[in-house]
Design a protein around this ligand. Structure first.
Ligand SMILES: *Cc1c(COP(=O)(O)O)cnc(C)c1O
Length: 403
């Protein structure tokens, strides 16, 4: 049995009420809640270690540096990167993607092709459009199918000698669909193209092995994996990180500076200009420890139970459609016929149930289904079947009030 009641004790926020009702938090795909050990790590950092890192000779600075670099090693081990310097600490997924996009500006020429999937988050579309405008490269899109999966037969025809980059999310944030990234990576490598996988939505549920995937770049945000906001990673194979020019100029990323010429620091510092989110990086390491102690296999299996249970219960509601039905993480994106998703979300909130409504930063998917948005309930390992019952009751109530 998954010890969910014991786990819930670790999350102080789960005890609070919203609009006089116990909070039911089903917006985990937007951000996860924070366990006490991570909150403690943040408080402990500012209480005992706060200092700038890498430059100081004094004790505090050295202690803070050690903690920060230990966190990098925890992250390296979690993702199974070959080297700690292949883990660049960033402000999050968006920042990491922009870092790669900006770096490729120097490597692309007019007529080169970039392939993206139709299931992308806006943060994984806009930087590539900007990159194409700057370089004359052409953006190609892998279309999606009615069941929410990518049309892999089209992907196989899009890949060619012109392909320089492929970008896809590991798990779609709007629908929760798990994409066949291993197969996509292998196919891209046949033509020498690099692949960046957006793992923001996968990492809360799946422990990725970047060496086994043979992925060139993998990005994620701490705040979706029980960590704090404002910190994330760019994993890059060292060959690629060496090839890309630095993203920002500043302190930390240089070796020597004169007005004639600056030489850049080695990895990872070349990509870490300025004072980083030191506390956030340390707390991210603690969050990964916390989740690994529970175990990603146990987390995945329990969340799958919640997904099956929630899907069955919600499907009993007449007029309710679920989008994305194939292999997926514990996300249920749905609509009720004739009712705007926003109206459902507003009533759910009155009943203490937090869901996301809208296009989920993935407008192309909504256009595909010809809908304004969906109601998205996304589950985490600290949620329960009783909470799903509360959601189902609340949706029934909302339906009655609105139709
Ligand atoms: C949340 C999310 C992002 C953006 O992450 P930030 O932490 O806001 O930078 C990108 N891609 C996917 C799939 C996401 O779920």
């Amino acid at each position: 049995m998954f010890p969910v009641e014991k786990i819930r004790e670790d999350f102080p926020i789960l005890k609070r009420e919203v609009n006089g009702k116990p909070l039911v938090y089903f917006d985990n795909a937007a951000t996860s809640q924070t366990p006490q050990v991570v909150i403690d790590a943040i408080v402990n950092y500012y209480t005992n270690y706060n200092a700038n890192i890498h430059r100081g000779v004094h004790t505090l600075s050295q202690e803070a540096t050690d903690l920060y670099e230990e966190a990098r090693i925890k992250i390296q081990q979690h993702f199974n990167a070959k080297n700690a310097y292949e883990i660049i600490l960033t402000s999050g997924t968006t920042d990491s993607i922009n870092m790669v996009a900006s770096g490729f500006e120097a490597l692309l020429t007019s007529g080169d092709e970039i392939i993206v999937s139709a299931l992308e988050h806006h943060s994984n579309i806009v930087p590539w459009q900007m990159l194409c405008e700057k370089t004359g490269a052409v953006l190609k899109v892998i279309p999606m199918l009615e069941n929410g999966t990518l049309d892999m037969s089209v992907y196989n025809t899009l890949i060619s000698e012109k392909t320089k980059l492929v970008f896809c999310n590991h798990v779609s944030n709007a629908l929760g669909i798990i994409n066949p990234i291993k197969e996509m990576i292998a196919k891209a490598h046949q033509v020498g193209a690099a692949v960046l996988i957006d793992g923001a939505q996968a990492t809360p549920h799946i422990k990725p092995d970047v060496q086994e995937l043979d992925v060139d770049f993998y990005v994620a945000s701490a705040h979706k994996i029980c960590g704090p906001t404002g910190v994330g990673i760019l994993y890059g194979k060292s060959e690629w990180l060496e090839k890309l020019p630095p993203y920002q100029g500043g302190g930390e990323m240089i070796e020597t500076v004169t007005f004639e010429k600056t030489t850049y620091a080695g990895l990872p510092h070349k990509f870490e200009a300025g004072t980083p989110n030191i506390c956030g990086g340390i707390a991210f390491g603690v969050a990964l420890d916390y989740m690994n102690a529970i175990g990603f296999d146990a987390i995945g299996a329990y969340e799958h139970e919640l997904l099956i249970y929630g899907t069955e219960k919600l499907q009993e509601i007449e007029g309710l459609t679920i989008y994305g039905t194939e292999d997926k993480t514990a996300v249920i994106s749905f609509n009720i016929e004739g009712i705007h998703p926003y109206d459902i979300g507003a009533i759910l909130d009155k009943l203490g149930v937090a869901v996301r409504t809208g296009h989920h930063c993935a407008q192309p998917i909504m256009n595909f289904y010809n809908i304004p948005g969906t109601v998205r309930a996304s589950f985490s390992f600290y949620n329960t079947k009783e909470e799903i019952d509360l959601l189902v009751n609340a949706v029934q109530k909302a339906k009655m009030m609105l139709s």
